[in-house]
Design a protein around this ligand. Sequence first.
Ligand SMILES: [Zn+2]
Length: 105
Amino acid sequence: MALIECPSCSKRISSKASVCQYCGSQLSGDTQVLSTISHIKRSNQLVNQGLLSMTIFIAGVVMWFWGGNTAEGVRAYIAVICFVLGFVGYLVTRLQIVMHKRKKV
Ligand SMILES: [Zn+2]
């Protein structure tokens, strides 16, 4: 079961519902389309999230090797934070994408 936005009141409702539980408006066969759109939006969101994580990770790598010297002090600290955030963020996103793909539209 997927959640979609009600076309009338924009509240989150089940795609299986024939009537909105909040505003009572009739939902036509368009709900399947809305559900698909909602699914695609979420996919795009996850892809963007993955790209952001990659960017943070690469920023950490660049910061670490900047100028050919090994990072020291604050720079090393920031670089490590970027590594960890980027790496963990990317793993979490991959996991969310897998879970998302398993969901039926
Ligand atoms: Zn509604």
